[in-house]
Design a protein around this ligand. Structure first.
Ligand SMILES: CC(C)(COP(=O)(O)OP(=O)(O)OC[C@H]1O[C@@H](n2cnc3c(N)ncnc32)[C@H](O)[C@@H]1OP(=O)(O)O)[C@@H](O)C(=O)NCCC(=O)NCCSC(=O)CCCC(=O)O
Ligand SMILES: Cc1cc2nc3c(=O)[nH]c(=O)nc-3n(C[C@H](O)[C@H](O)[C@H](O)COP(=O)(O)OP(=O)(O)OC[C@H]3O[C@@H](n4cnc5c(N)ncnc54)[C@H](O)[C@@H]3O)c2cc1C
Length: 556
């Protein structure tokens, strides 16, 4: 995050000064925004940067215990520099959060500089190799030119020039949220690879006396656990491509001072980061548990994969908070639509009349047609967004202010943002396959994946579709069965579909997911290399177990 922030927030002179040092690894930096007392509420950050016109310096300070920077990756022991987000004060006025480059450690002996107290925050659930750290600033002075001044400036005499948009400071977070969508796709692809390869190797239980034990991948329940997740990994692959395209387009516009789509980008990246990381987080656990006891071994690769992935539901914007950000924008779009404004691409459906005509019993509608089903996802999203938006309006009519009304409707707002993200993902998956240049065989296999993703997505949220009369109960049941009917067809290509991700064994780091499928021999080898097995009799025997056993034996 250090380099992307410099690339996005530096003037051209500052780029020339700082970026070559980063690219040549002459300095290493971190993004120090979160504090002990605040991670989500950025306007509440307490670190201060007071401008001193006499020396043309900023004085950075951590005024309270809760203002100590806390969590930034590689801050503890590695980074020589940091981008520090602090409340800017100049000529007696506060101008809010701004980014400052601060050198933390000497480039000669790596010792912390004067006014800098820095260290590691201690062991975590995962991210072992990452020295997430703390930083306490004590009246630490930096040159005026170390404030990143692409969007806002402080002149030598202390005059402040404000940015065209205050939220441009938040640009790096949007960029990393887009990267996390990609990270979700990769993590779920890895977990699917491990679980499906292992399920093809593992044989268990005798279905009928005398019959050979079947591969566990042949059990419908195992297929039902794994194949929708495999399809989701493919869906997220296509979504991250679409998300990155939108990000690049909007970022190019921002660089040309066109800020018209900054809100749409913030809302979409927030919703997709939260949606994909939540789904992947849960999916990693399903994949682990589908591998039985060996899934719980470090040898499987799952414990580290989970421990290293799960914080993505928290960092870069806690998922619930980001869903609320997304929903806040959707509510504004409903208002804009009602006042006749044209809505941008990813939310234009909110101005369409998608009211369902409930079909009643056997509808005769083609429930296996993906384009038709995507229209039902659209209907569900539109209904949820309008419902939540009406809740907000009712809150205001009842005398609440907008903040109060948004807060009181927040549970429904999160549901609406989830439905919106889900619609975007399902639509993007189906549309991406139409554009794919692939053989008919490949198209057929990918269509099976898209179908099981769409069917299972409805099955797992059928309440949304039934409550709003988008589907009848019997139609929902039919779609649930359509998902199950697809499983044996996907089984034929399941191993090839994970091999297609092409994770090298060294990257997958999983004995269960080895490309050669030689699991048992390598599990035994892995266990023998365990530190506890360095000696047949562990040294602790002589200190504890031996005396205990001998003392009790003498009583026999
Ligand atoms: C939750 C909010 C958005 C709340 O902002 P706020 O100003 O208090 O409240 P607000 O009235 O809702 O927002 C004001 C307005 O700012 C807009 N906005 C907010 N964020 C963005 C953005 N990124 N791009 C574009 N626009 C943005 C909002 O939509 C609001 O717009 P509006 O007033 O409705 O027109 C903010 O505090 C926030 O972004 N919190 C999350 C902090 C975060 O993401 N921290 C990450 C730290 S770095 C990290 O975790 C790295 C980990 C990964 C790694 O190791 O690499
Ligand atoms: C592994 C890891 C790496 C990190 N790396 C960095 C880094 O490099 N740089 C950096 O600056 N930070 C980093 N962070 C910090 C991270 O960005 C914050 O933890 C994150 O933004 C969440 O903020 P918080 O911890 O204050 O949680 P909180 O906001 O306190 O969340 C706690 C609960 O409060 C709820 N909540 C908060 N606000 C609202 C609201 N308005 N409405 C409803 N519910 C709300 C949340 O939904 C959540 O359930 C890292 C964190 C982790 C775990």
């Amino acid at each position: 995050m250090f380099i992307p922030t410099l690339e996005r927030q530096c003037t051209s002179e500052q780029r020339e000064k700082f970026l070559p040092l980063c690219y040549d690894y002459r300095i290493i930096g971190t993004y120090a925004q979160t504090e002990l007392g605040h991670g989500t509420f950025l306007r509440g950050l307490e670190t201060t940067a007071h401008y001193d016109p006499n020396t043309q310096e900023f004085i950075l300070n951590s005024p309270t215990i809760s203002s100590i920077k806390w969590w930034p990756g590689a801050l503890g022991k590695t980074s020589t520099h940091a981008v520090v987000l602090a409340q800017l004060y100049t000529l007696g006025k506060c101008h809010g959060i701004h980014p400052f480059v601060v050198q933390l450690r000497s480039l000669d002996d790596h010792k912390p500089l004067r006014g800098i107290t820095v260290g590691d925050i201690g062991p975590k659930m995962g991210f072992g190799p990452n020295d997430n750290g703390y930083l306490k600033l004590h009246k630490h002075r930096i040159p005026r030119t170390n404030m990143l001044m692409k969007y806002s400036q402080v002149s030598p005499d202390g005059t402040y020039t404000k940015p065209p948009r205050s939220t441009l400071t938040y640009g790096t977070m949007t960029f990393v949220r887009v990267l996390i969508v990609h990270g979700s796709a990769i993590a779920l692809a890895k977990a699917s690879t491990i679980a499906i390869r292992y399920s093809a190797v593992r044989r268990q239980s005798e279905l009928r006396p005398g019959e050979p034990e079947p591969q566990i991948l042949s059990y419908p329940t195992q297929q039902h656990k794994l194949f929708p997740l495999l399809a989701t990994a493919y869906a997220f692959h296509f979504v991250q491509l679409a998300m990155m395209k939108i990000y690049t387009d909007v970022n190019d516009q921002i660089n040309n001072s066109n800020f018209s789509r900054i809100q749409e980008l913030h809302a979409l990246s927030s919703g997709l980061k939260a949606f994909t990381s939540w789904v992947t987080n849960a999916g990693l656990e399903v994949c682990r548990m589908s591998c039985g006891g060996h899934g719980y071994s470090q040898a499987s690769g799952f414990p580290r994969l989970y421990a290293d992935f799960t914080p993505s539901c928290t960092y870069e914007g806690e998922n619930t908070v980001l869903m609320l950000q997304s929903a806040r924008y959707l509510v504004k779009c409903v208002r804009d639509a009602r006042s006749g404004k044209t809505l941008p691409g990813t939310v234009s459906y909110l101005s369409e009349d998608v009211s369902a005509v409930h079909s009643g019993g056997s509808s005769g509608r083609d429930l296996s047609n993906l384009d038709f089903l995507i229209s039902l996802y659209k209907q569900r999203a539109s209904n949820q967004v309008h419902f939540a938006s009406d809740k907000v309006d009712r809150g205001i009519s009842a005398g609440m202010d907008l903040v109060g009304a948004l807060n009181s409707a927040s549970v429904h707002l999160v549901s609406a943002a989830k439905a919106h993200s889900h619609y975007f993902i399902a639509k993007t998956f189906v549309e991406s396959l139409k554009l794919l240049k692939a053989s008919s065989e490949l198209q057929n296999v990918l269509h099976q994946l898209a179908s099981v993703y769409v069917f299972e997505g409805i099955a797992q949220s059928s309440g949304d579709f039934i409550e709003d009369y988008i589907l009848s109960g019997s139609e929902a049941k039919t779609i649930r069965q359509l998902a199950v009917d697809l499983l044996p067809l996907i089984r034929v290509n399941a191993v090839s579909l994970v091999d297609a991700f092409s994770f090298r064994d060294e990257v997958l780091q999983s004995v269960l997911g080895r490309y050669d499928g030689n699991v048992y021999e390598n599990l035994f080898k892995w266990a023998q290399n365990s530190p506890l097995n360095k000696t047949d009799v562990h040294p602790s025997y002589h200190k504890y177990l031996g005396p205990l056993l001998k003392r009790n034996q003498s009583k026999l």
